[in-house]
Design a protein around this ligand. Structure first.
Ligand code: PRX
Length: 657
């Protein structure tokens, strides 16, 4: 983070206290109650979590131990307890909320479909029976590559119901990325659709699955295809089956299996600092508890709320705050298939007004692009139903925060800026809206029971205003359990010996705390970019680039971007000559498309620079620090005498094409 950013953070003087009216009805009502919860967790950490788990979840078999750290950092929570996640999300509501709307689905074209809890339960049972009939067993892995529709939730919930482990792959990922995930997870089944339709455009899903499977040495036995658009797709005899043939004739009775609290629930792949994505493994009991508590604490969930989290189920936010959290508390939620700007730039505001959304959760990048698309557009819609606004994925700049507050929230709605990660499972640092005064740009204070801190390498708390490593000092129920198939990487990444001697969970972010103990996230400390709120490993993009036959070497860095937070900049050394101004543009397009094909459109470099070499130390290490400065268009002021080839910097500053 640049010094100027730190300065602006330290000078942020605006404060927004919860209104008395909001606090009066809030689940956590005022600072005192928040402090009490934190104190309970501090004084009797296990008792606190044990009480929460007994109160919030239905257990088939009660647990006798809350936390078992005998094999730390392999944490076990509620280990001898048994429960079923799908039963906790659906069955337990049937007697009291069977006819309540669980999902308000709005498709790309604007047609609305309502699903009651009873209907959702039936669809999940049918599909789960289909999974059983196909021979799927507990612990088997299933890849879900679906459009953002209720069927995606049905597929996930059905897996949870029978104890199969789902791994959702975002529908924008390429065949190559999909293939890697199918292989790594060792999946037996893929659930997909013919196409997804977003912004009026069809995107082939089944064809991508076919391409992934044709390159896969691993045996996938079944591919279930939901007919979204009805476009003709190739169906492989004996392997491929349409969703309706798979599920519609099945019984609506499918008893949920009681699973150990530590049984795996899902694997979700996320980027790390090496080329290989990490399969983050979450388990049943602790994960669900985190989802439920944050729904109550951070989103202040009330029975009549209409909740809308805009995240796709392909990301962790779509797992915790679409598929599991809202259903577990019995909420009514909006699921939207389309994009914010189609058929017009006011689509989000139209949906909020139409369905009387009370709680709206989206990403800073979406907020910034909506400001650009029409800062006054929200005023054309009745947004008076809103009572809470949320953001997630990256730091929100104070200007976007203020616009969200004033124009969308009418100065009435608290903003919950939620810091968390795929690995943490649910919100970790976020304001409890009826208690905590907010400051634009800060995710404020940790949730009760979450011992977040900013420390130095030795693990000592740094002083207020000083930057350091963001850590969580004690385990918590919804944290990841390991990296699928690579436990050593789990230990090395999240409990590294060189920071605090491996005692704390290390998030990989740097942060600082101000004089009120508020957290300000400064960015990643590893080689991971944050583009539009999504993590991209620079190594992953580099590996994709060097897989191109024309490329000898590549280094990828991020540079600040007004809209997407960070943008990908690639420095490339070709096997042949450096391109000329005439042929550079075509080559850039070719390489960008190549990355799109290898990883997905989201990873395409915004800018590509060509050099005869990359700046390296005498030992051959690429000096990314310098590349970052060049990418940002800043002057290099530091000493470059340790470089093997300082002249290369001038060449890389030049833009060709
Ligand atoms: O760098 C932090 C940033 O996103 C990373 C986690 O990315 P991912 O696992 O993809 O999950 C995104 C959704 C939970 C973090 O390490 N990040 C997430 N939320 C915030 C944030 N940075 C600042 N403020 C946030 N509210």
């Amino acid at each position: 983070m640049s010094d100027s950013k730190i300065e602006s953070i330290l000078h942020e003087e605006r404060r927004f206290e919860p209104s008395a009216a909001f606090t009066a009805n809030a689940n956590v009502s005022g600072m005192e109650q928040y402090r009490q919860l934190c104190q309970q967790a501090e004084e009797d950490w296990q008792g606190f979590w044990g009480d929460c788990a007994r109160r919030e979840m239905d257990w088939d078999k009660p647990f006798s131990t809350v936390y078992d750290g005998s094999d730390a950092p392999h944490h076990k929570w509620f280990n001898d307890g048994e429960l079923n996640i799908s039963a906790n999300c659906l069955d337990r509501h049937l007697s009291t909320r069977g006819d309540k709307t669980a999902i308000i689905f709005e498709d790309d074209a604007g047609t609305t479909e309502l699903w009651s809890y009873r209907q959702l339960h039936e669809a999940v049972c049918r599909f789960a029976n289909g999974l059983l009939a196909a021979g799927l067993q507990r612990g088997d892995r299933v890849i879900i590559y679906m459009p953002m529709r209720p069927q995606a939730v049905v597929a996930m919930q059905a897996c949870a119901r029978i104890g199969a482990v789902h791994s959702v792959v975002f529908g924008g990922f390429s065949a190559k990325s999909l293939e890697d995930r199918i292989q790594d997870a060792g999946a037996k089944m893929v659930i997909t659709a013919d196409e997804s339709v977003r912004g009026g455009k069809a995107i082939a899903l089944k064809a991508t699955v076919d391409a992934a499977l044709s390159a896969c040495s691993h045996q996938v036995q079944t591919v279930v295809v939901y007919q979204r658009s009805g476009a003709p797709v190739a169906m492989q005899e004996g392997r491929d089956v349409y969703w309706h043939d798979f599920s519609d004739h099945q019984s609506t009775d499918c008893p949920p299996v009681a699973l150990n609290a530590e049984a795996p629930l899902f694997i979700l792949y996320t980027s790390g600092s090496t080329g290989k994505p990490k399969g983050i493994l979450h388990t049943c009991g602790g994960y669900l508890l985190g989802s439920i508590l944050s729904m109550r604490w951070v989103f202040d969930y009330q029975e009549n709320d209409v909740y809308w989290c805009t995240a796709d189920v392909g990301w962790i936010t779509g797992h915790t705050y679409v598929c599991y959290g809202p259903l577990a508390v019995g909420a009514t939620q909006v699921i939207f298939e389309g994009i914010p700007t189609y058929p017009h730039a006011g689509r989000f505001w139209e949906i909020i007004a139409k369905h009387k959304v009370t709680t709206f959760y989206t990403a800073p990048t979406a907020i910034r692009s909506l400001i650009k698309a029409g800062a006054d557009l929200p005023k054309q819609h009745d947004l008076s139903s809103l009572r809470i606004l949320g953001t997630v994925g990256e730091p929100i700049n104070p200007e976007a925060w203020m616009w969200y507050h004033e124009v969308v929230g009418g100065r009435r709605c608290p903003i919950v800026d939620t810091w968390w990660q795929t690995e943490t499972g649910s919100n970790v640092i976020a304001p409890l809206p009826g208690a905590i005064t907010t400051k634009p740009g800060s995710c404020t204070l940790p949730l009760p029971g979450l011992f977040a801190a900013v420390v130095d390498e030795q693990g000592n708390d740094v002083g207020n205003g000083e930057g350091g490593y963001l850590v969580i000092k004690k385990p918590w129920p919804s944290q990841l359990r390991t990296i699928w198939g690579d436990d050593q990487r789990y230990c090395d990444t999240y409990y590294p010996a060189n920071i605090a001697g491996g005692r704390f969970y290390v998030a990989g972010d740097s942060a600082r705390c101000d004089e009120d103990g508020y957290f300000w996230i400064m960015g990643r400390i590893d080689d991971v970019l944050n583009v539009s709120g999504h993590r991209l490993g620079t190594m992953e993009i580099e590996s994709a680039l060097v897989a191109n036959p024309k490329i000898a070497e590549a280094a990828v860095v991020g540079r600040p971007d007004e809209l997407t937070g960070e943008a990908v900049v690639a420095f490339v050394v070709l096997k042949g000559e450096r391109p000329t101004a005439e042929n550079a543009t075509a080559l850039m397009t070719e390489l960008r498309d190549w990355v799109g094909k290898e990883i997905g459109a989201i990873a395409k470099p915004k800018e590509i620079r060509f050099g005869d070499n990359l700046p390296k130390t005498r030992s051959g290490k690429i000096m990314r620090r310098l590349l970052r400065i060049i990418a940002a268009g800043e002057e290099i002021t530091q000493d470059v005498s340790t470089l093997e080839n300082p002249a290369i910097l001038e060449q890389l500053k030049e833009k060709i094409g």
